[in-house]
Design a protein. Structure first.
Length: 201
């Protein structure tokens, strides 16, 4: 095994470990709130904000920013695609705006008639700031259950069609925005014989 392949393998392992940690923390935060709590808050922006405020209390938040300031360089939002090309962010979900004590970041809002959660598993100061690598999108069911975007249970009009939003063959500027489902299920979107992290570009 050559040195570059060893380095790449370690990088993918680091991405996997960071994702599992961030997703585990998200499950703990969301499921510490009762489904009844979510049901009473969901349905409009103001009430969902209350739910997310309660969720954020389960985290150790160092500071809250405008997400535009965290991911902007030379007055341009810089996000990469699943293929590590220059990409664009999803306007419904936006990007994380809260820096956590472990260096990761999280954001959540009600927008486009849905509740959204986005995590950056290693924070905006560390690369690659790419969908499907360290940035992942989630939504919530009407029972307050986490739905990784890309899941068959996902029904919102945004980021539909995993061939566009999580595939090595896609040239979409938001390619990777629906990779959360594949990361959670640990399945490669383009090769079912491989794990998600094994086939990560």
């Amino acid at each position: 095994m050559t040195l570059p392949s060893i380095i790449q393998k370690k990088h993918k392992k680091d991405m996997e470990v960071a994702f599992k940690k961030a997703y585990g923390a998200l499950e703990t935060a969301v499921y510490s709130l009762s489904p009844d709590t979510y049901a009473s808050y969901s349905g409009n922006s103001g009430q969902s904000t209350i739910f997310f405020d309660d969720m954020f209390k389960r985290y150790k938040i160092l500071k809250t920013f405008r997400w535009q300031d965290l991911y902007s360089k030379n007055n341009k939002i810089e996000v990469k695609t699943y293929m590590l090309k220059s990409g664009s962010y999803n306007a419904c979900v936006a990007l994380p705006n809260r820096i956590l004590a472990d260096g990761s970041a999280i954001g959540a809002m009600y927008n486009c008639f849905s509740s959204w959660i986005v995590i950056d598993t290693n924070g905006p100061k560390k690369g690659p700031n790419a969908y499907g690598h360290d940035i992942f999108n989630f939504t919530l069911s009407d029972k307050g259950r986490i739905i990784p975007v890309g899941s068959p249970k996902y029904s919102h009009w945004e980021m539909r069609g995993n061939e566009n939003f999580c595939s090595k063959n896609s040239t979409n500027s938001q390619n990777g925005a629906s990779c959360a489902y594949f990361a959670v299920s640990n399945t490669c979107p383009d090769d079912k014989t491989k794990t998600y992290w094994e086939c990560l570009p």
